[in-house]
Design a protein around this ligand. Structure first.
Ligand SMILES: Cc1cc2nc3c(=O)[nH]c(=O)nc-3n(C[C@H](O)[C@H](O)[C@H](O)COP(=O)(O)OP(=O)(O)OC[C@H]3O[C@@H](n4cnc5c(N)ncnc54)[C@H](O)[C@@H]3O)c2cc1C
Ligand code: SF4
Ligand code: SF4
Ligand code: SF4
Length: 611
């Protein structure tokens, strides 16, 4: 590097100050007529408590350890925030402004206020609110700008197949992070754990993201399995409620928690699971537990109970474990091998899964009661439903579960080709409707080289529709036709042939009390032609496996079983329940219920009482 030429006389420039009188501003002058600080002065802090979420990131970054987080019992302890706020020790603060640069919500700022005179040392220890150190509204000083922002606000982009490829393919469309992408995405996490309360399974999210950042995927796998034995499934299909409260989401895009979870399981070979997890099974008692239903809740309970040394047998009506995951998640979202990765590990712990066996038909509950100490019911909402409208009994009018199962079995090569319509009418606007529409669109394209799928929902806008935004956007890209704001009147059948569905305009879905109470403009109708109709209008449970005397002792409200916090069924202490029949409906609630029930069952067996 070339050193700039300097004038020989350069040092002489400083000599001119030798004759200048130093300026000293007397304290009294400052107190009587304080001088205004410069525009970007780094003065005392203010913090907007309404915005602040107590994430503690400001405290972590402070290079002088000036910030301590203080708990406030009067603050609500709700999802998305912690009941704590930062306090600042001005004996330590160097006014560097890093806390302002990193504040996840932008609530913490600096004012131009710089004077604080007190003999009380405690007054230099201050909990900023929006009123400032002297309870006066002072103008803001230093403000973070784009260049000083310390947060990574943008997500690493996830590779996904383009629509032209997707619409003829059942191969998993989301490709997963590379190592570089995963580490970069993990580096956006500020390790605040705000998301963990919102995750129904309270996964150790901050820990496993740190493991990715340090490239220690083996510890990452261990961290995942502390609370979730279905990480490959959840890394793809979880409803990722945690991301809705991620601190980074306040000013940018939330950390891609779900995809990071998937990154760990995609990059640890299945055959090394046992060696890495090296889970110690502590045999507490010689007790046997029967589980009815091998969906997420049943599998989760089986995993946690087997780690406690209990002998577990799952009875499953279908020919493979998985519950709704067997057909609810089409292969382009959940390939079988990902699901098998999770199930194989659970089975490796000694869990016995007896398939093709329906409790209540192939074996009775009384028989199970004789053979086992405790029963865990996780039978889900497995009956598809149809609307009771004219024409709904036509053979080409399907409920969602039946057609999804037919399609997935066909794609797997395990079932006959389902009827592939020229034009499909899907009634409903949730994620189930998206699975039906997008699966059949693929089959139509593969079969006929073209597709026609119409999705009609009561909700009048895409924002109101319960389906995930991604599903709607991707569905549109693939060619699904959406018609929000229409309710079905009747299925039109002529000479025994399905012609389509007549709809009427929906003007309001919920009433002023937020209750589902759709209102229509009967004068506006629309006929949508189709040769197949699928009604995605929810599912129902089937409790016929529970004898009447047991059902009489239980409370079942709106199809859900009432239990205590451990999943123990009220009125029937040896029976526990979880998953969709208690909570949900989503996979991670099932996982969480299975975990809680395992703890409850253990307590019940060890203490032999109502817990
Ligand atoms: C189409 C669709 C898509 C979905 N997509 C998602 C998603 O992307 N993300 C998400 O988080 N959730 C999704 N869900 C919801 C999720 O699948 C469920 O919430 C979850 O599977 C519930 O788990 P569970 O263990 O309670 O019951 P289930 O998964 O329903 O499993 C219950 C099991 O019990 C068996 N069974 C029932 N009765 C008996 C009996 N008498 N004897 C023996 N076995 C019996 C059933 O065969 C079934 O295998 C979706 C649901 C559907 C329908
Ligand atoms: S300004 Fe710097 S030293 Fe002062 S509290 Fe903020 S981070 Fe700590
Ligand atoms: S970083 Fe911001 S939001 Fe988080 S605790 Fe500090 S002030 Fe509050
Ligand atoms: S994922 Fe978001 S909320 Fe969770 S620990 Fe990281 S930054 Fe905090």
């Amino acid at each position: 590097m070339k050193t700039p030429d300097k004038s020989f006389f350069a040092p002489a420039k400083a000599w001119k100050y030798l004759t200048r009188k130093p300026v000293t501003i007397p304290m009294d002058d400052i107190l009587t007529t304080p001088r205004e600080a410069s525009d970007r002065y780094r003065g005392f802090h203010v913090n907007d408590w309404e915005k602040c979420i107590g994430c503690g990131t400001c405290s972590k970054i402070c290079p002088t350890d000036a910030i301590t987080m203080i708990e406030f019992t009067e603050l609500p302890d709700v999802e998305g925030s912690k009941p704590q706020r930062p306090s600042i020790d001005y004996g330590r603060c160097s006014f560097c402004g890093l806390c302002v640069d990193i504040c996840t919500t932008g609530s913490l700022q600096m004012t131009k206020e710089y004077l604080h005179i007190s003999k009380d040392p405690n007054s230099f220890f201050f909990i900023p609110t929006d009123e400032g150190i002297h309870l006066k509204k002072e103008p803001l000083g230093y403000i973070r700008d784009e260049n000083s922002d310390l947060l990574g606000l943008e997500r690493e982009e996830m590779e996904i197949d383009p629509p032209e490829v997707r619409k003829t393919s059942f191969i998993e469309m989301v490709k997963g992070f590379s190592k570089e992408q995963a580490i970069k995405e993990a580096s956006r996490c500020v390790d605040c754990s705000i998301c963990e309360k919102t995750c129904p399974a309270h996964m150790n999210i901050a820990d496993y993201i740190r493991d990715i950042y340090t490239n220690d995927l083996e510890t990452g796998l261990k961290d995942l399995y502390k609370t979730n034995p279905l990480p490959a499934v959840c890394g793809r299909m979880c409803t990722h409620k945690c991301e809705t409260v991620c601190s980074i989401g306040h000013r940018g895009e939330p950390v891609a928690i779900r995809w990071l979870k998937r990154y760990i399981v995609d990059n640890v070979p299945q055959e090394k699971y046992s060696e890495i997890l090296n889970q110690e099974i502590i045999k507490k008692a010689n007790a046997k537990v029967a589980i009815i239903g091998a969906g997420p809740a049943g599998l989760s309970a089986a995993y946690f109970l087997s780690l406690m040394g209990y002998e577990i047998t799952i009875y499953e009506e279908k020919n493979r474990p998985g519950g709704v995951l067997n057909y609810g998640g089409p292969s382009y979202r959940l390939p079988d091998n990902a699901f098998e990765q999770d199930v194989n590990y659970i089975k490796s712990l000694g869990v016995k899964i007896i398939t093709n066996t329906k409790v209540g038909k192939d074996i009775t509950l009384e028989e199970l009661r004789e053979k086992f100490d405790v029963i865990f019911a996780s039978t889900g909402f497995n009956k598809g439903r149809k609307l009771p409208i004219e024409g709904a009994d036509h053979e080409k009018v399907y409920d969602s579960l039946t057609i999804l199962e037919d399609m997935k079995n066909y794609v797997r090569g395990e079932g006959p080709k389902p009827y592939i319509p020229k034009s499909l009418v899907v009634i409903g606007g949730g994620n189930v409707a998206m699975d039906v529409a997008r699966s059949m669109l693929r089959l139509q394209n593969l079969e006929n080289g073209e597709s026609e799928v119409h999705v009609l929902s009561l909700e009048r806008t895409f924002d109101e529709m319960p389906a995930d935004e991604d599903e709607i956007v991707e569905g549109k890209e693939e060619g699904v036709n959406f018609h929000p704001g229409w309710g079905p009147v009747k299925v039109i059948v002529e000479d025994g042939k399905l012609k389509g569905v007549l709809f009427k305009k929906c003007v309001e879905v919920f009433d002023e009390n937020g209750r589902f109470n759709p209102k229509y403009d009967e004068s506006k109708t629309m006929m949508v032609e189709g040769d197949m109709v699928v009604m995605t209008v929810g599912q129902a449970p089937d409790y016929s496996y529970l004898p009447e005397d047991i059902q009489n002792k239980m409370t079942i409200e709106r199809g859900k079983v009432k239990t205590n916090e451990y999943g123990q069924v009220e009125g029937v202490p040896w029976l526990f329940a979880g998953g969709d029949i208690v909570n949900g409906p989503d996979i991670i609630h099932g996982v969480a219920d299975g975990h809680r029930a395992a703890q409850g069952i253990d307590k019940y067996i060890m203490e032999e009482k109502v817990i």
